[in-house]
Design a protein around this ligand. Structure first.
Ligand SMILES: CC(C)(COP(=O)(O)OP(=O)(O)OC[C@H]1O[C@@H](n2cnc3c(N)ncnc32)[C@H](O)[C@@H]1OP(=O)(O)O)[C@@H](O)C(=O)NCCC(=O)NCCS
Length: 356
């Protein structure tokens, strides 16, 4: 029977149609929807809302991957926000308004985790005010397709798309790491942000800003991984463990050292640490155009969970009307210039960098 999924679907949401074997079972076919937890040539096991279900492969009619539902997407986004904590996170009607002196888009954007119970125009006006008060250009991180309707609203109001990203997930431990030339290299794991680790971040020689350092260290269960040779930091990564998830961020290998399996080594060390913490899933966020990172993560067994992009407020000036009138769609207060490339943190006046 055509089972059109294999081990690469572990951890993904699947729907399995199978032939019922219980005597007199009617209807003859039934469906199971949930996370694929195990698969081999004899059976597959799916975690459903009511526990684990194991189905013999011989009974399977079809099996395929389906997109995670809206609730799961937003839940993972909530967890991911906990792994990259801004200096300020204000909850407003189900949205998280995050600000971190402009350092990273994720750290300085609103995350719409719920549909607010009031008109979108007033919600957006509050978002604009929040960022204006911090001299930041308003950005909204839109998880897709979970917040597709909001995305359409923002498009209509001329909020422009910036920096599409992909969220990838994997079930841990996820088997043996791929063999690579980095085998045998030792990885240092630290619970604090050392100068040596910082030296590997965007080759900034340890000159990360205070806003960046604070955000990276702002977690009660974080590890910083680095590979050092001859006094030089050649590869780094960071992981947090939170609510049953491991979140891997800030993975970077110095340019001259790429293509030697070092990123794999760093990721394996972080994943092993997470497994020791009892974690069974990992997530990553990556810019959709970063083919090297996407290649690496796929090789490590990660699969796409969902996508997102940022919507950036239009730059026009918005005049605020009388109380209750939040201005017509598309009317905005002036902000700073759009952000672009560097993950460096500059003081609040500077635009947010566009890294996921
Ligand atoms: C992405 C990055 C960390 C990879 O580091 P690396 O040490 O060169 O990666 P590895 O040598 O461990 O490569 C492991 C696998 O990743 C994939 N990969 C690595 N570089 C790749 C590239 N340029 N294109 C496609 N796949 C690539 C390959 O599958 C590779 O295995 P293979 O060499 O057997 O084919 C590195 O390119 C980097 O630091 N980039 C800039 C920072 C960045 O983008 N970080 C990720 C942020 S989400």
């Amino acid at each position: 029977m055509p089972v059109v999924i294999d081990e690469s679907a572990l951890g993904r949401r699947v729907v399995v149609r199978y032939r019922r074997t219980d005597p007199g079972g009617a209807p003859p076919l039934s469906d199971v929807v949930g996370e694929l937890r195990a698969i081999d040539q004899n059976s597959l096991t799916v975690r459903t809302g009511r526990g684990l279900r194991t189905i013999p492969v011989s009974a399977v009619v079809t099996a395929r991957i389906v997109a995670p539902d809206r609730g799961r997407v937003l839940e993972l986004e909530r967890v991911a926000a906990r792994g990259w904590r801004s200096a300020e996170t204000v909850e407003l009607d189900g949205w998280l308004l995050r600000a971190n002196s402009g350092w990273t888009a994720r750290g300085n954007s609103a995350l719409p985790l719920a549909t607010p119970g009031r008109p979108i125009a007033t919600m957006l006006a509050d978002v604009l005010d929040f960022y204006a008060a911090r001299s930041l250009h308003a950005l909204i991180q839109v998880p897709l397709p979970a917040r597709g309707l909001l995305d359409a609203e923002l498009a209509q109001r001329c909020w422009t798309i910036a920096s599409p990203g992909v969220v990838l997930t994997k079930v841990l431990p996820g088997g043996e790491p791929p063999a690579g030339t980095g085998a045998g290299v030792s990885v240092v794991l630290e619970s604090g942000l050392s100068p040596a680790w910082q030296a590997g971040y965007h080759a900034r020689d340890g000159r990360l800003s205070e806003a960046a350092r604070s955000l990276l260290g702002r977690h009660e269960n974080v590890r910083f991984a680095s590979i050092r040779t001859g006094g030089e930091t050649v590869a780094i990564g960071r992981a947090v463990v939170d609510e049953g998830w491991a979140g891997i961020t800030a993975l970077e290998v110095g340019e001259p050292y790429r293509g030697r399996g070092l990123a794999i080594r760093v990721m394996v060390a972080l994943e092993r640490w997470a497994v020791q913490q009892g974690v069974s899933h990992a997530y990553l966020q990556v810019t959709a155009t970063n083919s090297a990172a996407l290649g690496l993560y796929r090789r490590m067994g990660y699969a796409e969970h969902h996508r997102y992009h940022y919507r950036r407020a239009p730059g026009e000036r918005r005049e605020r009307g009388a109380p209750g009138e939040r201005g017509a769609p598309g009317e905005r207060r002036e902000r700073g210039a759009p952000g672009a490339s560097s993950a460096d943190s500059s003081p609040a006046k500077s635009p947010p960098s566009i890294t996921p």
